[in-house]
Design a protein around this ligand. Structure first.
Ligand code: GLA
Length: 700
């Protein structure tokens, strides 16, 4: 709801209130919902603003930095107009949130330069989220240069906030990282052309309230937190201004991607709101709210070493275990038997596919499974027919040896001809194989950014616009196909990608023990229905560690379940166990994929609980993080239950059960009936001790 009182605008969601004073561009309040009636005269203005530019005595990091034709940087934006839209206006060429969305548009103009700045705020009532974006319109007769345009600026009183980001690297994505900076500037950013494994765009600012910031963008991003000497904290989020310099011709506009902002009393409430927002207003199309299939992927089972007989045999076994989708990963095209060739040649390897992809897809489908296929459409191998025919499709700088990464180059998606090629190539693979699922991979960072006729400072963003154009076209053509994003695992896990891909491969690290922290970190901003999570072989291929099959399953149930191993190599006992796992998962799939998930943390324990929307049932999976002889009991408090209800609690696979109220389960330490570690080690099944608890409400 948006309410106006003079030039004061109050943006209410059921649980939060944001108050903006339009004429002075000030934030008067952002926090828990306030009752109506305040005039905000009592609020010290504190100079908390929602945009800033050089040209005044504010030397904090700016949200807007424009360089005018005469070389000057000073802007003086004065309020000129406010407008409220009943429906959210589209952001040209950029992915964005949708649905609901009353939108306040505030316009400011620099009269000397004839430039307007638009700030848009959309209210999402069902998830307590506000989407914010900024646009600059050059109404003058001369070009100007956009050197920085942040999507959102939020100023807060005080400097004692804790900043939480989600950091990592390949195979270790989105580990929660906390710090306080006191005074100074903190930057969380990505410069590799993707939102990155290293620094997710999601950031939390924790004080009396918890604030979350995220970006609907998949390229270079930057979040700045400046705690200034005057005792104010500024948060900025937007496109990274690193190697960014955008010439805005007379008469044109530049639109920053959308930022999303949320305020909640604590991290759990914030995650719940972000989850609701992502599921309702980011994920779209056929797979929104739709249960996702249990898949088998052959990658860790075979790597490049397979033929049609092997794939058919794997599919047969997978089907017998209850799988619904078989995904043929890398190596089915060109002459790709390792990672040195063939990207860009999306022609079937006749030998490995036994007469073509269509024929192999048929053989998979004959087992009763849907067929899915891997592609890496944004890439090109130098050893490929595509490269031999169109070397200029590759992203490289004339006269300079390109930097090779995983032996491959990127395609120059900033070029329309290359975009057309990619749309054709992907469409052709889907059409000829009848694929119901595509894993869209992306396995290197951008280095030799250059395209003919494209200014260097525009390259990164033009690439993203090109990619989004391609994705829009492909999805329009194949609305029923389920796309899973991937970027060497979780290198592009962001809201931009989720506008096109309802799920993303969370990490190439499939070790359940490692996945506990990766999935927990990811869950701060993204719901479990977006997180691909696979059970893989033991010992694990990334770490060499062993974990019991049940523990691997328990962890994978925290996301969208799949298996990534050779089912033909399983023992009869393992097959029996997996068949049971899949049957259980299917029975509880709606709850597991779309219930409300909370992180569980205890001393030496970590896991999650997923609670049905009506709180009538829940599944909790908790793991002991380490083992020492004579250890104290490993305990945890559950979350999200109905405090007044009585639940029956049992351990999956065990007969015994006990009953307790939701209140007790959430406020007392529950001792975990963990498997015996020494026994497990003796059986050589690995050391991760994990238990899955099933809760059913027996009395309301
Ligand atoms: C990337 C992906 C893996 C797999 C390989 C194939 O590393 O993250 O899941 O698809 O590529 O080459």
């Amino acid at each position: 709801m948006i309410k106006k009182n003079g030039t004061v605008y109050r943006l209410n969601t059921p649980n939060t209130t944001l108050v903006l004073q339009a004429d002075t561009a000030q934030i008067l309040y952002y926090g828990a919902r306030l009752p109506a009636g305040d005039s905000f005269a009592a609020v010290a203005p504190l100079g908390r603003r929602f945009f800033s530019a050089p040209g005044t005595d504010d030397y904090t990091e700016y949200s807007v930095l424009l360089e005018y034709a005469d070389g000057s940087f000073a802007s003086r934006f004065a309020f000129t107009r406010a407008k409220v839209y009943a429906e959210k206006p589209e952001l040209p060429d950029l992915p964005a949130s949708y649905g609901e969305g009353k939108t306040l548009e505030l316009r400011y103009t620099d009269a000397a330069e004839k430039v307007s700045l638009y700030i848009l705020c959309t209210v999402f009532e069902d998830s307590d989220v506000i989407a914010v974006s900024a646009r600059v319109a050059n109404n003058s007769r001369k070009p100007l240069r956009v050197r920085r345009l942040m999507s959102a600026q939020f100023d807060f009183a005080g400097t004692g906030y804790e900043i939480v980001t989600f950091n990592g690297t390949w195979g270790r994505e989105r580990h929660k990282t906390e710090r306080r900076i006191g005074r100074g500037i903190f930057v969380n950013d990505a410069k590799r052309g993707a939102s990155s494994h290293e620094r997710n765009p999601f950031l939390l600012l924790k004080g009396a309230e918890t604030y979350g910031f995220n970006l609907v963008y998949s390229g270079n991003h930057k979040e700045i937190v400046e705690c200034n000497e005057a005792g104010r904290t500024r948060v900025l989020a937007g496109i990274n201004d690193f190697m960014f310099d955008w010439t805005l011709p007379a008469g044109e506009s530049f639109c920053a991607p959308e930022a999303v902002v949320c305020c909640a009393p604590d991290e759990d409430a914030l995650s719940a709101r972000m989850h609701a927002f992502v599921a309702e207003h980011i994920v779209r199309g056929k797979w929104k709210r739709r249960e996702r299939p249990v898949l088998f992927n052959n990658w860790e089972g075979t790597y490049f070493n397979f033929d049609a007989e092997k794939i058919e045999a794997m599919a047969r076994e997978a089907a017998a275990l209850g799988a619904e989708l078989f995904v043929l990963d890398d190596g089915w095209f060109g002459h790709r038997n390792d990672d040195t060739s063939s990207l860009g040649d999306w022609a079937d390897n006749e030998e490995k596919t036994g007469g073509g992809l269509a024929a192999l897809a048929e053989r998979v489908r004959a087992q009763g499974l849907a067929f899915g296929v891997w592609m890496e459409p944004e890439m090109i191998s130098e050893d490929s027919d595509l490269y031999r025919a169109h070397p200029n499709f590759a992203m490289k700088i004339p006269g300079r040896e390109p930097f090779r990464w995983r032996n491959q180059l990127m395609l120059n998606l900033a070029d329309e001809r290359v975009q057309n090629f990619v749309v054709r190539a992907v469409s052709d693979v889907i059409s000829r194989s009848g694929a119901a699922y595509v894993k869209w991979d992306y396995n290197r960072g951008m280095t030799d950014c250059w395209g003919k006729g494209i200014a260097g400072g525009e390259y990164f963003h033009r690439y993203m616009l090109g990619l989004y154009r391609v994705l829009r076209r492909v999805q329009k053509r194949f609305p029923a196909v389920l796309f899973e994003g991937c970027a060497s695992g979780g290198g592009r896990f962001d809201l931009g990608m989720l506008c096109f891909f309802p799920q993303i491969w969370t990490s190439d690290d499939t070790d359940a023990r490692e996945r506990i922290a990766i999935q927990a970190g990811t869950s701060y901003a993204y719901p479990q229905s977006t997180m691909g999570a696979h059970v893989s072989a033991c010992p694990n291929h990334q770490t060499g560690n062993g974990n019991p099959l049940s523990a691997r399953f328990n962890v994978a149930c925290g996301g969208v379940l799949g298996y990534e191993l050779d089912p033909c190599a399983l023992s009869a006992a393992e097959k029996g166990e997996i068949a049971e796992q899949i049957a259980f998962y299917k029975e509880n799939r709606k709850l597991l994929q779309f219930g409300q998930q909370y992180r569980l943390e205890g001393e030496n324990a970590a896991g999650y609980i997923t609670v049905a929307k009506d709180r009538s049932a829940a599944v909790a999976a908790v793991n002991a993080l380490s083992f020492s002889p004579a250890e104290p009991p490993v305990t945890v408090r559950l979350k999200g239950l109905d405090p007044a209800a009585v639940y029956e609690v049992c351990v999956r696979g065990k007969e015994t059960a006990f009953t307790a109220t939701g209140a007790l389960l959430m406020s007392a330490e529950i001792a975990l009936p963990l498997p015996d570690a020494v026994q497990a080690m003796r059986e050589n099944s690995g050391s991760l001790r994990s238990v899955m608890l099933l809760l059913k409400r027996v009395r309301a």
